[in-house]
Design a protein around this ligand. Structure first.
Ligand code: HEM
Length: 148
């Protein structure tokens, strides 16, 4: 039994501590995710890449809220595989930079300064590792020695 039955999390005490520290909760993360993807979809560089892969935005947005709930608040709500979803995208580090620019801007608009710092640090780290996976995949496809 959890001390915080209102918190849907695999680790309720940890989630409660992170919520208190960052001011983030599901409602704020939902606002962040929805506003962020509104900007992404309207972006001349990123918009077409997403439009080429996503027909139905409802499930994608739900998945992304669960993802951010897991990453920022350790709720364990996201079960998925981000690496294969990105490995074959036609993207370079410039695309990730633009993604991060829009994410930083939206986090600043929707979260407290501590909350924004918390999600931005994690987004930067994940962007670097997804970029690495994209490069690795492209190298392996050309027959290069994979990065081990
Ligand atoms: C160049 C920047 C990026 C582009 C163009 C991009 C594009 C996409 C697309 C098109 C999908 C849907 C894939 C599909 O359903 O077929 C997707 C899924 C996803 N993206 Fe990104 N993305 C980018 C960066 C990021 C970053 C930095 C993060 C994390 C901080 C992220 C997290 C995710 C997650 C969690 C999914 C869902 C994967 C799954 O469970 O299926 N993406 N992305």
């Amino acid at each position: 039994m959890s001390d915080n039955p209102q918190i849907l999390s695999a680790r309720p005490a940890m989630t409660a501590a992170l919520m208190a520290e960052t001011g983030l909760d599901d409602e704020r993360l939902t606002t962040l995710v929805h506003r962020f993807y509104e900007k992404v979809r309207a972006d001349p560089v990123l918009g077409p890449i997403f439009a080429g892969r996503i027909d139905d935005w409802g499930p994608h947005l739900e998945r992304m809220v669960a993802f951010w709930s897991s990453v920022a608040l350790m709720t364990g709500r996201y079960h998925g595989a981000p690496v294969p979803a990105h490995q074959t995208l036609p993207v370079t580090w410039e695309h990730f930079e633009r993604w991060l620019e829009l994410f930083r801007e939206t986090a600043g608009e929707t979260c407290s300064p501590t909350g924004a710092r918390h999600v931005i640090e994690r987004a930067e780290r994940i962007a670097r590792s997804l970029h690495f996976a994209v490069q690795d995949h492209a190298g392996a496809a050309r027959g290069a020695v994979p990065v081990l």
